[in-house]
Design a protein around this ligand. Structure first.
Ligand SMILES: [Zn+2]
Length: 314
């Protein structure tokens, strides 16, 4: 790409980020406060946040698994403020020590609350690429949080805390009376995505491999591998699936997610090869995608970060 082309692209990308943020802010009613939902004995999660906004972690889910030895926390929301709300809700359920945090992947709405847990003694576990990605992008993303619609006040006290226990393929946590399997997906939603599986309870925390009722963020994804990951989960012994965003789900929602991804990818490639008119591309894409009530701004964000970037780089 030429220098001017790159500049133009940057301006368009920044404008897109702004629109993305504003679309969230304009419909932002802070919808937190419902507390944790009980999924099974000793397993709780946030789920089904409505009116997602930057201030409520874009509606990201986060959960806990309680064993004899303590608590495993799955994801930590977007800021110190948000993770303090989470800690409060955890304390309403259990007084056991917070032993581990598992980051399902490195995106800000799943990791920027880490420090509230590490300072309480929790060890942060994640895929090795999650550590690499957070080291590469974490501080810059925090510094530029306004690009995501987050004010200084929203992010007050937020510090990046990196995973200190990383793995490549699989890891098991024995919590005493509860085994937790951490399974790397390969490059699906991101190159650092991890599934958190409780085989005895048939519960799976899927992270952002699954968005239900929310348009997904696709910008860092590999669609082929993502679809394979979904097929892999469909073959697992699982009843309840906690998505990265949206209500507690089932395999039916995974099928819908798979269809969504394939439809998005096919149409976005076609449209971006034929046009650079972002409004036209988004309008046409929407006609071809299922209606999802949350995070419509992510359609444009995904197109800008993945498909138009690929076209511009040709
Ligand atoms: Zn994500």
């Amino acid at each position: 790409m030429s220098r001017t082309g790159f500049k133009k692209y940057r301006i368009v990308l920044l404008a897109s980020l702004l629109v993305f943020s504003l679309s969230f802010i304009s419909n932002s009613v802070w919808a937190a406060g419902a507390g944790l939902t009980k999924l099974a004995e000793n397993v709780y999660s946030y789920a089904d946040t409505k009116k997602s906004s930057p201030q409520n972690s874009f509606g990201a889910n986060a959960g806990i698994i309680i064993g004899e030895k303590g608590v495993v926390v799955v994801d930590t929301l977007i800021s110190a403020k948000e993770s303090k709300r989470f800690v409060k809700d955890i304390k309403a359920v259990t007084n056991k020590p917070l032993k581990y945090v598992v980051n399902t992947h490195g995106h800000l709405d799943h990791t920027f609350g880490n420090a509230e847990f590490s300072k309480r003694g929790a060890v942060i576990a994640a895929h090795k690429n999650c550590l690499t990605n957070m080291k590469k992008n974490g501080e810059a993303t925090l510094k530029n949080a306004k690009n995501f619609g987050l004010s200084e006040k929203d992010m007050k006290g937020t510090k990046i805390a990196y995973p200190s226990l990383t793995f490549g393929d699989r890891m098991e946590i024995d919590l005493g009376g509860q085994t937790i399997e951490l399974i790397a997906t390969g490059h699906s939603h991101s190159d650092d995505s991890v599934l958190v599986y409780l085989p005895d309870k048939k519960i799976l925390f899927a992270g952002d491999v699954l968005f239900t009722g929310y348009h997904p963020y696709i910008g860092d994804g590999n669609i082929t591998e993502w679809v394979k990951t979904i097929d892999r989960i469909l073959a697992m012994d699982v009843d309840k699936i906690v998505p990265g965003h949206g209500p507690v789900s089932t395999k039916k929602d995974l099928e819908e997610m798979k269809n969504y991804l394939m439809a998005f990818d096919k149409k976005a490639k076609e449209l971006c090869a034929a046009s650079k008119d972002i409004k036209y591309i988004i309008d046409e894409l929407k006609k071809n995608l299922p209606v999802r009530p949350e995070a419509e701004g992510l359609i444009q964000f995904s197109v800008m970060t993945k498909y138009l970037k690929a076209e511009a780089g040709k």
